[in-house]
Design a protein around this ligand. Structure first.
Ligand code: ACO
Length: 334
């Protein structure tokens, strides 16, 4: 490994949390004009989790964070920064991250949200890596969390069947001292605002302040052009994975596990084919949780770590794409 590729930061702990309530495809059949077969065949999703009425986004984030801190052998007092990837925080203002900081009882450290939808966790990981690389921060908590069930139109079958609630977290710390070197080898981030309206919550911001009429039209809920996104996702996830691997001086042959955003198993099948990495090397849990947006990568990562599937020194390629359109990838020597 050349000195320029020496990792600065390493994942010291992972954690996740999903709400108890399961909403199955069969349950959805009673709510909208859909079928278990359609959802399973078109997406790979069989069920998803839905937050309890008294549960808020930061509650889920804190539960995932505590698990990640425990695995890292650290406490909230050790943290020097909290980054939360979310588009469904507790409130439009302030950041979900400050509620996480308060509930964890962490010191008065910088705590902020990243609004990059499904790519929010990768964005957070990349930002945390930069702060650790420059020596400004030591232990950074990066969370992906979404409570999208409160931002869905439950009468729109083209969106409400896809998403679920949950949270995942990692604690990043300095990579020094590992031999062979382990940690984040490369990250890449992208956006294409020309496709901003293909996945959007149109109402509630400065462009469409909410009125009773707009609420009636569900303008405060997720609207999506699924097909347009599908094609763009396949193309962009493939080129992103290739670019970030090249930056780490690696190819698809070096990858032990692909830890990709769980949006649609058909997207991942096409990505697998085009990358030349078999589906057996993709970690998957979309059948259980649906698309949990920014939470999907840290949740599937934590499950694979805790089950022993992902082992120390495995080479992981992470990649995600979502509203923005924003996307990104990372290569991690775990
Ligand atoms: N049940 C039954 N039928 C449905 C449903 C449903 N839940 N939803 C749509 N249909 C119908 C449509 O109305 C259409 O009917 P028609 O042919 O009579 O017009 C038919 O099924 C086919 O619809 P398509 O939209 O062409 O279906 P497609 O195969 O494209 O699958 C899907 C739709 C699952 C949304 C897919 O396009 C997709 O996964 N897109 C990408 C989503 C994504 O990756 N989003 C980005 C990440 S999410 C984030 O950032 C938060």
């Amino acid at each position: 490994m050349s000195p320029s590729l020496l990792p600065a930061s390493r994942i010291l702990g992972t954690g996740h949390y999903v709400p108890e309530r399961i909403l199955s495809n069969r349950d959805l059949e009673t709510m909208v004009d859909t079928t278990d077969d359609w959802i399973t065949e078109r997406t790979g999703i069989r069920e998803r989790r839905i937050a309890a009425p008294d549960e808020v986004t930061s509650d889920m984030a804190v539960a995932a964070a505590r698990n990640a801190l425990e695995m890292a052998g650290l406490t909230p007092a050790d943290l020097s920064m909290i980054i939360v990837g979310t588009i469904s925080g507790d409130r439009p203002m302030p950041a979900c991250a400050v509620y996480v900081q308060q509930k964890l009882g962490a010191p008065n450290i910088p705590s902020f949200d990243i609004s990059a939808a499904c790519a929010g966790f990768i964005y957070g990981l990349s930002i945390a890596d930069q702060f650790i690389r420059t020596g400004h921060k030591k232990y950074v908590l990066v969370i992906g969390v979404e409570l999208l069930s409160r931002f869905l139109n439950w009468k729109d079958r083209s969106t409400c069947v896809l998403f679920g609630d949950g949270a995942g977290a990692v604690v990043l710390g300095p990579a020094e001292g590992t031999s062979p070197p382990r940690g984040i080898l490369a990250t890449r981030l992208y956006s294409d605002g020309s496709l901003a309206d293909s996945l959007v919550i149109p109402g509630g911001g400065s462009r469409e302040p909410l009125t009773p009429e707009l609420l009636e039209q569900q303008r405060n809920k997720v609207h999506m052009s699924g097909q347009e996104l599908f094609k763009f996702a396949v193309k962009s996830l493939v080129s992103c994975a290739k670019n970030v691997l090249a930056e780490a001086n690696m190819t698809a042959d070096d990858v032990t596990w692909v830890v990709a955003h769980q949006a649609n198993v058909r997207i991942l099948t096409q990505v697998s084919h085009r990358l030349g990495i078999s589906m057996e090397r993709f970690v998957l849990n979309i059948h259980k949780y649906g698309n949990t947006s920014s939470a999907s990568i840290p949740i599937v990562l934590d499950e694979a770590v805790r089950s022993g599937k992902i082992q120390p020194n495995d080479t992981l390629v992470l990649c995600a794409l979502g509203a923005g359109i924003s996307w990104g990838g990372a290569v991690v020597k775990f």
